[in-house]
Structure formats: C-alpha cells, structure tokens
Design a protein around this ligand. Structure first.
Ligand code: ADP
Length: 398
C-alpha cells in the first residue's frame, strides 16, 4: 500500500501545473499519485492563465516547465511576488544546464526536477511542503511572540500609569487626613481620655507613613515618565552632590567614603544622584559594629562601565539577593531600620531604564557590593585623576 505524505496531505494536494504538453502533465500527476498524494491539479500554459488561477485558487505547490511557447516558468515567481504569495515553485524541465538550474534556485525556485528523472518529484514536493509548513509555523510563532511583547508592554504601561495616577491623586486627600488628624492631636491631646490620645496618635502615625509610602511610589513611577534627554554626567561631581546631601549622616556615623576616578556617563543627572544616594544611604543605614566604609569604583568592561558601591555593613544573605530589588520588600522591621523598601527598586528602575543591570554580591556579615552597569557612551576619563579619599570629617569641615 502507498504511504501518505507525512504532512497529512490526505486532504489533497492542490497543484498548479504549468505545462504545455498534456502527456507530460499526465505523467507528473501520475507520479505524484503513485507517491501517495491525492492530487487535484489545474494545468495551464500561458501567463494570463497562471495569473488568473493564482488569483482565485490557493495551491500547495506549483510545478512549472522551464520554457513554454508563450511563457517562461520562472516568470511565475514575479506573479507570486506581485500577489504576495509564498507558494513553493518547483521547476520540472526537459533540458536545463546545471548553471541555469542553480540560477533558478537562487532566484527563488525551491528545487528543480528533470523530466527524465521524475522519480525525484515526490521527494521534492514533500520537502517543499515540509519547508512551507516550518516557515508558516515560524512566522506564526514570531507573530505570537510579537503580540505577547506588545501586550506585555501595554500592561506594563497601564500598571505604571495606574501607580502614577494612584500615588499622585491620593496625595491630596491624604494631605487633608494627615493635616486634620495632626490638628486633632494638637488641640485635644490631654483633653480626652488616654485611649483617645492613643487612637489619635495611631491615626497621625498611619497618615504620615502613608504619605511617605505614596511619595516613594510616586518617585518610583516617575522614573522614565518625563522623557528627560540624557546628558553627559560626570559621576564624580554627582557623588560630590550626594555627599553634600548626606553630610550630616556621614558625620554622625563617622563614615569614610573612598572612590577611584570615575567616568562620565550619558544619563539624567537627577537619576544618577538618586541612584548613588540610595546606595550610599543604605551602606550607612545597614552598617555593622564598625564605622561604615564605602568604596566606590568603576571599571570599563567592553562597551559598558561596571560600577561598584562596596560597604562593610551587615551584608545580605544569598537567598535575598534578588528579593531586595522588588518594590516594598525589606528584610527588617521598621523598628530595626527605618525605610519603605523602595530605594533599591528605584535604583533598579534607573539602571535598567538606562540600559544597564544591577545586582549585589554579598554574604551575611561580610558587607555588600552593589554592582551596576551603564553603557559606556563617552571617552574613558579614568586614569586622569588621582585617587582620593573623602572622610566625613574633611567633607563637613570643607
Ligand atoms: P529600605 O532601605 O527602605 O528598606 P531598600 O529598597 O533600599 O529599602 O532596601 C531593601 C532591603 O535591602 C533593605 O531593607 C535591607 O534589608 C537590604 N539592603 C539594602 N541595602 C543594603 C546594604 N547596603 N546592606 C545590607 N542590606 C541592605
């Protein structure tokens, strides 16, 4: 019994046969039937007929004679392109030099079969059908992927929009709640009973906390919204600004900040300051028993700068290395360390928004090394400056 083709063509093989010799057409159809195909063929011999049939019928394969009295089989490729069709075309020809045959394949025919060796026809057709199937599957896969990416981008955008609107619009009513509970606390403290004082205290605390959370959420959702144009930022001067902002804390905790010469990167200045301020602020907040030491460095690796903000603080357990970059996730209670768990999420968003990556190398009790990359956009300035050390002492006095 003859075997059906693998691609399940028991539905039938629709063939457009471009052939002027009826006997040749019959032999080709017979060959395909012998090979297991249930063939439905239209036989044509002129350009108009080819155009007409391709316009109204969909074919699985086209078998074209190379040269007919009124048409060149290869011209079918132009008609296919014109109609945006991908139907595979196999040349079936009496005489063709191997150079011409190769040229035809280069131009877009999927294969060629000599009429005196028609035994190859079935194999060629199967291969062409299989190629078409794979091509269609790949195109479908790519289409689905593009659709998913589009959907994801849209839902991300919706979420960001929601976070922005929610945090922005909730601020105003919350400001009223906070103001009036504070007023209640000031006016009525000691005038009602102690339970009332306690309840008012909770309300004030809750409202204040919620304001802080909303402010952080707003700061988080603002990153990348205002379409700032990146400009060359000297990270050294950005860090000087951070150290000025943190001057009081640096002095209070007797912090030493050391840095190597740092590069100029293409970014938004406010974001770069925010990034370093969050990392240096955390390095101080999560200090160990020793006086905090923070070392900032950068090295060029291929097309990017690899920055490091290294501290001698309490460190982070390996299993929490990714968790801490998620928004509102923290490893400690607020009684142990103040904070809302937004700082590192902001750092991650800033770095990723600029085309980089951020991660931490750390072990509990052995300090933390926060590392992130930035695309190297400008000439390397490292090496032109002296290493220097800024201690809390001389920073505040200077
Ligand atoms: P927050 O500081 O408000 O808690 P972050 O997003 O900045 O929020 O940090 C998340 C958590 O990551 C912190 O609660 C802390 O547990 C951990 N963490 C961040 N930086 C450090 C650090 N330098 N050393 C040790 N732990 C850190």
């Amino acid at each position: 019994m003859t075997q059906l083709p693998k691609n399940g063509n028991n539905k039938g093989l629709r063939v457009l046969l471009i052939e002027d010799a009826p006997s040749d057409a019959e032999i080709e159809i017979a060959e395909l039937r012998n090979g297991g195909f249930d063939v439905a063929a239209d036989v044509v011999a002129t350009g108009d007929q080819v155009r007409g049939h391709l316009g109204k019928t969909s074919y699985d394969v086209i078998l074209a004679d190379y040269s007919l009295p009124n048409f060149r089989g290869m011209d079918t490729l132009d008609i296919l392109r014109e109609k945006s069709l991908n139907t595979p075309l196999i040349l079936v020809t009496g005489a063709l030099s191997s150079e011409t045959a190769v040229e035809c394949v280069k131009q877009g025919a999927v294969d060629y079969v000599m009429k005196d060796n028609l035994a190859r026809l079935v194999l060629c057709v199967r291969r062409a059908l299989e190629d078409t199937r794979l091509r269609q599957e790949r195109a479908r896969g790519q289409e689905q992927l593009a659709h998913k990416v589009e959907e994801l981008a849209r839902s991300n955008c919706d979420l960001e929009q929601f976070a922005y609107v929610a945090s922005h619009d909730l601020q105003e009513p919350l400001r009223m709640v906070a103001a009036y509970t504070q007023l209640l606390a000031e006016r009525y403290r000691g005038k009602l009973d102690t339970t009332a004082d306690r309840y008012i205290g909770y309300a004030v605390e809750g409202a204040t906390r919620m304001q802080a959370l909303l402010e952080d959420l707003l700061a988080f959702s603002r990153i990348g919204r205002n379409g700032v144009i990146p400009t060359p930022i000297d990270t050294d001067t950005a860090i000087e600004e951070v150290l000025r902002n943190l001057a009081f804390t640096l002095k209070e905790h007797n912090v030493t900040v050391t840095r190597n010469p740092l590069p100029t990167i293409l970014a938004d200045r406010f974001q770069v300051v925010q990034l370093f301020q969050n990392l240096i602020g955390n390095a101080i907040k999560f200090h160990s028993k020793q006086a905090p030491k923070v070392t900032i460095s950068a090295e060029k690796q291929g097309e990017e700068w690899l920055f490091s903000v290294f501290d001698n603080g309490i460190g982070i357990a390996v299993e929490h290395k990714e968790f801490i970059f998620k928004i509102f996730q923290r490893l400690h209670t607020r009684a142990e360390y103040p904070g809302n768990g937004v700082g590192l999420a902001i750092c991650k968003k800033i770095v990723e928004h600029n085309g980089g990556r951020i991660w931490v190398d750390s072990e509990l009790g052995h300090g933390s090394n926060f590392r992130f990359t930035f695309p190297a956009a400008l000439a390397d300035r490292a090496g032109k400056k002296e290493d220097y050390e800024l201690s809390a002492e001389n920073l505040v006095s200077g």
